[in-house]
Design a protein around this ligand. Sequence first.
Ligand SMILES: [Zn+2]
Length: 196
Amino acid sequence: MLLCTVLTFAMCADPSVEGAITLGDLTVPVVWSHARVNSCVELGAQSTQDGAGLTRLETGWQSSQTRESSEGYAGHLIVRVLDARIELTSYSWDRMTAAGGAALQRIYRATLWHEIGHVRTLLESIDAINAEPDFSAPTPDAYTALAKAHGDAAAARVNADQVAYDRAAEHGLRQDTLPPPLAGPDTVVNCPSGGR
Ligand SMILES: [Zn+2]
């Protein structure tokens, strides 16, 4: 498996490569599926989903009790990535021209960059959640309930941050408008004249 970083990500934007993106300690496999279309123009821009890409992210939390004192039970939440996977679609059509192939390569790169942004956004959410101050409760039961409430809030925040990222990037169509390091090529498809 080819391991790509955010600097060498374009090497993993290739359907013939079995690759994964490494971000810190996290390795995110890039999984391809294939779709045949009649021509390039069928790969129309969409603003309701990520087009040729999808990132599946699964997180979990646990509470780490740090002390038991006269004030009761205190601890904090630890959120981790349980599973992360980027799914991309490769396309082909009959009588593909070199220009058509180049358009596809651009869309694969732009889409992969957008999906990497989902993972980066997740890692930022997790860092922020894990840096939150301890919470405390007077009894073990109250502590457990409080930990669950914090866990639910963390899951909601992770989801909200993902939605906000897609809204800001318009699912990749306006990726260039984002601040660094998320800024990148737009996922707008530029088909060659003739559509092949
Ligand atoms: Zn997206």
